[in-house]
Ligand binder design. Structure first.
Ligand code: IPE
Ligand code: IPE
Ligand code: MG
Length: 228
């Protein structure tokens, strides 16, 4: 019997570039393969008995620092991905949501995101969140500013939690691929009591079988939340 049930899984999908470079390919090929892995992991999570939400880090507020060609490619890939995967969401009863500052994206991409959210809003087996132009510090700062606009002069933890884009979300488990062991500004508030798992696998080589093993490892952990 699992000691602890996984409800909200967060994933930092890292290593696309290195995967491609190791094969003498352009980094964009790694991003293309990486996008396909999201589909497999999403369908696995939709069928999993306890997982309710999976949040993928797809583009950080810092990723704009990359060469323009790579950023432009990622934007096009995202648009293609959403167009292609709508049927995956519908077939697997998956509700799609995006978090992050979407205003920075082209009107066409913003429209695609909105359409995908709208079309899948009544699906209930899994909530699939893509973090796009997302930064944990930016999310907290935006939340505090919106509370001040409402006229608050002091704020509680509950106020901040409910003003975040992910209000319902304490993360249970964070998985990062590619051997890097850092948060890179992901979900800073929501990760406060998350368990961490760092996989050596590069994201394009990741699969549902490995995730299943990681979840089994998580289920045996003893989460104390500061108690005994
Ligand atoms: C993760 O893979 C995808 C994004 C950040 C968009 P990377 O592109 O960071 O791959 P590496 O870390 O360079 O191998
Ligand atoms: C984190 O990966 C962001 C995403 C996976 C979208 P990065 O590759 O951008 O992070 P750093 O630069 O290695 O910390
Ligand atoms: Mg990286």
């Amino acid at each position: 019997m699992p000691k602890t049930a996984l409800k909200h899984l967060a994933i930092i999908m890292d290593g696309n570039g290195r995967w491609a470079e190791q094969r003498g390919l352009n980094r964009t090929k790694g991003h293309e393969k990486g996008a396909e892995i999201i589909r497999d992991i999403t369908t696995y999570c939709a069928k999993h008995p306890t997982v309710e939400t999976v949040t993928f880090y797809a583009f950080s507020t810092e990723n704009w620092k990359r060469p323009k060609l790579e950023v432009d490619f990622l934007m096009k890939l995202l648009d293609r991905y959403l167009q292609k995967e709508l049927s995956t969401y519908q077939d697997n009863n998956v509700c799609f949501k995006a978090i992050g500052d979407l205003d920075a994206f082209s009107p066409k991409l913003q429209q695609r995101i909105a359409l995908t959210e709208e079309a899948t809003q009544n699906n209930t087996d899994l909530t699939h969140i893509l973090a796009l132009n997302y930064g944990g510090r930016a999310e907290i700062t935006t939340a505090v500013n919106s509370l001040m606009k409402e006229g608050k002069t002091t704020v509680s933890e509950e106020d901040i939690s409910s003003a975040l884009q992910t209000p319902y979300s304490n993360i249970d488990l964070l998985v990062r691929t590619s051997g890097e062991e850092r948060i890179s500004n992901f979900l800073l508030w929501q990760l406060s009591y998350a368990e961490f798992y760092f996989s050596q696998t590069l994201w394009p080589d990741f699969n549902a079988e490995e995730l299943n093993e990681i979840i089994e490892d998580f289920e045996q952990r003893n989460r104390r939340f500061g108690g005994l």
